[in-house]
Design a binder for this molecule. Structure first.
Ligand code: ASP
Ligand code: MG
Length: 473
């Protein structure tokens, strides 16, 4: 749809009646001159609360469940009362109560079973988005705008990978067009739930934590939107995490690839999977701060006018480095590597970095710490024979590490960047444990001991003059 703007509001931008009011104003301002589709996250903290409720159900803590269900209800009822004039509340209040009843039904199932089946988890945790879409739509209607809460379980068709489902773009596109275009064409404002979808046969699914960004880009793709604005509580994509680097600066523009690398390497502004649908249709996106909407934010697009060099540095903790080393030259390193990678792929485990050496044919890779137990078990099974006969050394695990990634499209073909990055890190007396740089030269990933991680991030940021370059462009 020509001119369509997709606006996504994150949890803090929907965090209270006051914030929802501000979000609604931002949407209305744009809707005055073009069609707008809104995608919302759950109110800040609600998805965590829902997950916590289910954990208490699993271990049989009935009181803990009830206490949390009351919190869920109170937070939304209070917001509803603060947001809506009395005569507009009835429908939303009824929906809140019905939704809490739904979650109670699911939690009671878990209490009886003593377990948390992933498909029931997805059904329950998607209600946070449902409730915030109901509240925002009701508020907009109270202002006289035709706003309609839309639940994406009726639009986004996914596979059955509960907890991290992937969209099936064909059927999703069909449904998105059938359900949303008529609303948009008659001038209504759809308020769609982020984060959730359903399988072909209607089982509710979720797209992974933080997945509402991804919802926005999926819908933008399906509707051929002109732009996507992602509203958060920071000024845009930054040269580094400002909690680690106080003088980190906002980047005015980044390429799709840079944004994707930053997201995959631990920057929290965007869900990593958001970029792919946008790249395919070359839809530009903006990362903006709903607490300071007058600031320009960061533009994310195919081509930008940024200077050459390293542009941003991210870091990631809660990771584990796994090393595998043959004990003799008789074992084929590449074969070991391919078997290890196969097992990780079967488990859907994401590889954060991979590095190998040629002589001993040893290799190591970095994964999230939460994936370690499953990965370790699978590798021990896979290599049981080699381990038992001593063909490979015992699998080494190092959990005391962190990942630092230096990202910049302009690093390609620019000599000296790796040099200055390593000089900066070594000057701080920090030992580099592993390194990976893809041939695209977009990212240099460096594994260091976790104690040195933040220091290394600051050193690299300073050495590459990232704040200065960002302010120049
Ligand atoms: N509410 C979900 C979460 O907290 C999805 C999102 O916020 O994007 O993960
Ligand atoms: Mg979020």
């Amino acid at each position: 749809m020509k001119d369509l703007l997709v606006m996504k509001f994150g949890g803090t931008s929907m965090g209270s009646a006051e914030r929802i009011r501000r979000a609604a104003e931002l949407a209305l301002k744009e809707k005055a001159h073009r069609p707008v589709l809104v995608v919302v996250s759950a109110m800040a903290g609600i998805t965590d609360l829902l997950i916590d409720t289910l954990k208490h159900a699993e271990v049989g803590d009935r009181e803990g469940v009830e206490k949390r269900l009351r919190q869920l209800e109170e937070r939304h009822v209070t917001t509803c009362e603060e947001l809506l004039p009395r005569e507009h509340r009835a429908e939303a209040l009824e929906e809140i109560r019905a939704t809490v009843t739904d979650v109670r039904r699911i939690a009671h199932g878990m209490l009886m079973l003593g377990e948390r089946p992933p498909r029931s988890v997805d059904e329950a945790i998607a209600v946070g988005e449902h409730l915030s879409s109901v509240l925002m739509a009701a508020y907009l209607r109270s202002l006289g705008t035709e706003a309609v809460a839309v639940n994406c379980k009726e639009i986004i068709v996914t596979d059955a990978a509960f907890g991290r489902a992937s969209p099936l773009m064909g059927p999703t596109e069909q449904r998105a067009r059938a359900k949303l275009l008529p609303l948009l064409e008659r001038g209504a404002l759809p308020i769609a739930t982020g984060f959730n979808g359903a399988t072909v046969d209607g089982q509710p699914t979720t797209l992974g934590r933080g997945g509402s960004d991804y919802t926005a880009s999926i819908l933008a793709y399906c509707l051929d939107a002109a732009e996507v604005w992602i509203w958060t509580d920071v000024d845009g994509i930054m040269t580094a995490d400002p909690r680690i680097v106080p003088d980190a600066a906002v980047l005015k523009e980044v390429t799709y690839q840079e944004a994707a690398e930053l997201a995959y390497n631990g920057a929290k502004v965007l869900h990593p999977r958001t970029l792919a649908p946008l790249i395919e249709k070359q839809i530009p996106a903006w990362s903006k701060n709903s607490f300071a909407p007058e600031k320009p934010g960061t533009r994310i697009a195919a081509s930008i006018r940024a200077p050459k060099g390293a542009r941003a540095v991210t870091s990631m903790t809660k990771v584990a480095l796994v090393s595998i080393e043959p004990a003799s030259g008789a074992v084929s390193g590449p074969r070991l590597m391919s078997r290890a990678m196969d097992r990780l792929a079967d488990l859907n485990i994401e590889l954060l970095a991979l590095s190998s050496s040629s002589y001993q044919q040893s290799f190591c890779f970095l994964i999230r710490r939460e994936d370690l137990p499953a990965a370790f078990k699978a590798l021990e099974e896979e290599f049981a024979l080699e381990l038992a006969h001593g063909y490979i050394k015992p699998i080494q695990i190092d959990e005391q590490v962190g990942l630092l990634a230096v990202v910049g499209e302009g690093m390609r073909g620019t000599p000296g960047i790796a040099g200055s990055v390593f000089t900066a890190i070594s000057r701080e007396g920090i030992n580099v444990i592993a390194i990976a740089q893809g041939s695209s030269e977009l990212t240099i990933a460096i594994v260091v001991h976790q104690d040195g991680l933040e220091k290394a991030v600051r050193a690299v940021h300073r050495e590459c003059r990232m704040a200065e370059l960002a302010n120049l462009s």
